[in-house]
Design a protein around this ligand. Structure first.
Ligand SMILES: *Cc1c(COP(=O)(O)O)cnc(C)c1O
Length: 375
């Protein structure tokens, strides 16, 4: 009886990585020991094997290990020569880094609205934002679902503009059978611990099918030096640690089963939330989402969030302020009502716990509490 009561009231975190770690503990130790015994911490065989394996997984020819998903965006744009005078079209409804990196290079992020169902850029959202100065479009495959890439790629090709896919939230998701990050000039990945493939710290990768892009990214990752101490370009230190690479190699073979677990949980939420006045995630035809987040649009969102928090259920708002309204981007002149879908989304979205180790009982409790709130 007591046990049941405790179970019933046990907090449900938004994400709990311990369940994923436990069965891999031994294998992780072996992998970390391998690196420690070799004392080869930067570059080397572990990083190269990790790059090979993740590029293969993504259906890309080249993988360039990066220190984070943010640095992958930054380094990728440096490798393309993006700088002052250039415009880069980005969604306003995304994680900060997508636009922050553009700004850090002295280029101008041009914020576009998104589709109300997928929260992703579409060609129709992008087209009015293109100018003679547009050098790059960065579709973000948000929450684990790909943007409508055929239309975006066609528009970009027609205008001679490159496409870089911010795939930080979407490793393993597919669009008409094609892997996220394999469709544009390059794709960027994040292995931040809360992503579907998470390292034990910060890590990321650029993947591409273009040998020249791969070469330039490698150059910029390492201070633009080739050979060592001879600098043709001004790069940075964006390298992936061997320890993180070793950990990622242990986890990669499990990624598909983890993503499958998330998809199964999403199906359960979809049916348990039927009848509630919330909008469940809408997955476009031809897309397979890996549900990095399960994000509902909810009326009275903040009250619902408090209702759940009071009952031990953690949720998160990705993202409460669209980027065109962020203080640090005021210089670009964004105003309220410029991008209505992004602004509405910021007021409605709520991410529910979706990690694969959630039990049916936990999912049922979250859904029941949401139903109870609206009843
Ligand atoms: C997580 C994330 C990033 C940044 O990745 P880090 O590894 O945290 O630097 C960039 N873009 C999007 C959409 C993300 O979700």
């Amino acid at each position: 009886m007591t046990t049941t009561m405790t179970m019933k009231n046990e907090p449900i975190p938004l994400l709990d990585l311990r369940g994923q770690y436990e069965p891999l503990r031994k294998e992780m130790r072996v992998a970390m020991d391998r690196v420690c015994d070799s004392q080869w911490f930067i570059g080397g065989p572990e990083v190269e094997a990790c790059e090979r394996e993740i590029a293969d997984y993504c259906g890309c020819e080249f993988g360039i290990g990066m220190s984070s998903g943010t640095d992958a965006l930054l380094c990728g744009m440096m490798a393309m020569g993006i700088g002052p005078g250039d415009e880069v079209v980005v969604p306003s409804f995304t994680f900060f880094a997508t636009a922050g990196c553009v700004s850090r290079l002295g280029a101008t992020p041009v914020f576009a609205d998104v589709d109300p169902d997928t929260y992703n850029l579409t060609a129709a959202c992008i087209a009015p934002k293109l100018t003679e100065k547009t050098k790059l479009i960065i579709p973000v495959h948000l929450f684990g679902q790909c943007a409508e890439m055929d239309e975006i790629l066609a528009l970009a090709a027609q205008r001679g503009i490159a496409v870089m896919e911010d795939s930080a939230q979407s490793i393993g998701s597919t669009y008409k059978g094609r892997q996220a990050c394999s469709m544009g000039l390059m794709g960027t990945l994040s292995f931040f611990p809360s992503k579907n493939l998470g390292a034990f710290g910060d890590a990321g990768m650029i993947v591409t099918n273009d040998a020249d892009v791969a070469h330039m990214c490698r150059l910029f990752r390492n201070h633009g030096a080739e050979p060592k101490y001879y600098h043709s370009h001004i790069g940075g230190n964006f390298r992936l640690d061997a320890l993180q690479a070793a950990i990622l190699r242990v986890k990669l073979p499990h990624l598909d089963s983890w993503s499958k677990g998330r998809i199964e949980n999403a199906v359960k939420y979809d049916s348990l939330l039927a009848g509630a006045p919330v909008k469940c995630p809408r997955i476009a035809d031809g897309n397979k989402s890996i549900y990095n987040q399960y994000v509902i649009a909810a009326p009275r969102r903040d009250e619902l969030r408090k209702h759940l928090a009071d009952r031990g259920i953690s949720t998160e708002i990705y993202y409460p302020v669209p980027l065109h309204l962020q203080d640090c981007f005021a210089q670009y002149g964004g105003k309220h009502n410029d991008l209505p879908t992004c602004e509405t989304a910021a007021n409605e979205v709520l991410a529910l716990p979706i990690y694969p180790e959630l039990t049916d009982g936990q999912i049922e409790r979250v859904a029941a509490e949401i139903q109870a709130f609206y009843n």
